[in-house]
Design a binder for this molecule. Structure first.
Ligand code: ZN
Length: 324
């Protein structure tokens, strides 16, 4: 329905999934003089941040020299290739991360900040690397027999080291749906008690086993707001590595506008176009950040409904970044 590209989505990398198990091919990639290496540094909160340049909102890629000097012992995860050459990520502990940052006059950025500050390609590569690194860190033992796992396929698969088991484990992606529901010229937005005053967003939730996406849309909207949904249509998707979701955006139509607030929300309301426009102008309404599918769903709804561009209604404007 939409060909809009969200933050973290649309990175045009050749992932070469079929070659990742080929040791000869991998050796060529490792030694490619144009290879670039994204350093992820552990932070004190257990997260992973990307090395960027101190002087610019741009990744600080390591080249082969930088990798040899600072990171020769770190395991490499192959991300893919762009028009320049192969891209890898590597994870440093906090001490090494600080050492590299000091030596290269770099600094570290978290994923949410990267989604706002970096060029979309760079933010997307970071999000991809972050998601794989998170899976690797949280998938160290076999869920079937408890033996240690060994990473294969340049970081994209793990195998149980117990020969009697040898179960293979793959990076997981958790689908979650997010939906803008409309009813006679209004859209349904909700807020939570721990959100800042006036912040409203579209409704969202994880898909449960045995559900289709459409089933989950109807269940979540009913659970959270008591609203019955009829037709729903897929809109667009976004990798959402906090830590491993895939957000699947939908538009939907209510069959009955009655609202009954569930446990997750502190309020849910129908908003007209005028209420959104005046709420933003008077700063009594805060919509989700540009980073999110929710923002794009609301922008889509305003465009369809009233020919308005959400970006024109907001005071802060996005800025342009270099891709490489
Ligand atoms: Zn096992």
């Amino acid at each position: 329905m939409s060909d809009r590209t969200h933050v973290f989505a649309g990175i045009a990398l050749e992932r070469n999934a079929e070659q990742r198990d080929d040791a000869d091919w991998a050796a060529v990639q490792f030694d490619d003089p144009k290879a670039r290496f994204l350093l992820l540094g552990a932070d004190s909160a257990g997260g992973r941040r990307a090395l960027i340049q101190s002087s610019a909102d741009a990744l600080h890629w390591l080249g082969q020299d930088g990798r040899r000097v600072f990171a020769a012992d770190l395991a490499l995860t192959y991300l893919g290739a762009d028009e320049i050459g192969p891209l890898f990520s590597l994870c440093a502990d906090a001490a090494l991360a600080e050492q590299v940052a000091a030596a290269l006059e770099g600094t570290f950025i978290d994923l949410r900040s990267a989604g706002v500050r970096l060029h979309p390609f760079q933010a997307g590569v970071f999000a991809y690397a972050h998601a794989v690194a998170h899976w690797q860190a949280r998938t160290r033992f076999c869920g079937a027999c408890g033996a240690a796992l060994q990473l294969l396929a340049l970081g994209h698969r793990a195998r149980c080291t117990n020969p009697a088991c040898a179960l293979e484990h793959f990076p997981r992606v958790d689908p979650a749906m997010i939906v803008i529901v409309s009813w006679q010229g209004q859209c349904l937005l909700g807020t939570q008690s721990n959100w800042s005053q006036g912040r409203y967003s579209t409704l969202a939730g994880f898909i449960e086993p045995g559900e289709s996406l459409e089933d989950a849309v109807r269940r979540e909207v009913f659970e959270e707001a008591g609203v019955r949904v009829g037709a729903c249509q897929y809109h667009s998707s976004q990798p959402w590595p906090f830590p491993s979701s895939l957000m699947l955006g939908f538009t939907a139509q209510a069959t009955d506008p009655a609202i009954h607030i569930g446990r997750e929300l502190s309020d849910a309301r129908w908003f007209s176009v005028d209420e959104i426009v005046s709420g933003l102008a008077e700063r009594t309404l805060v919509l989700p950040p540009r980073l999110s599918v929710s923002h794009e769903l609301i922008a889509h709804w305003l465009r369809q409904r009233a020919g308005l561009e959400l970006a024109d209604l907001l005071s802060d404007k996005p800025w342009q970044k270099s891709r490489l």
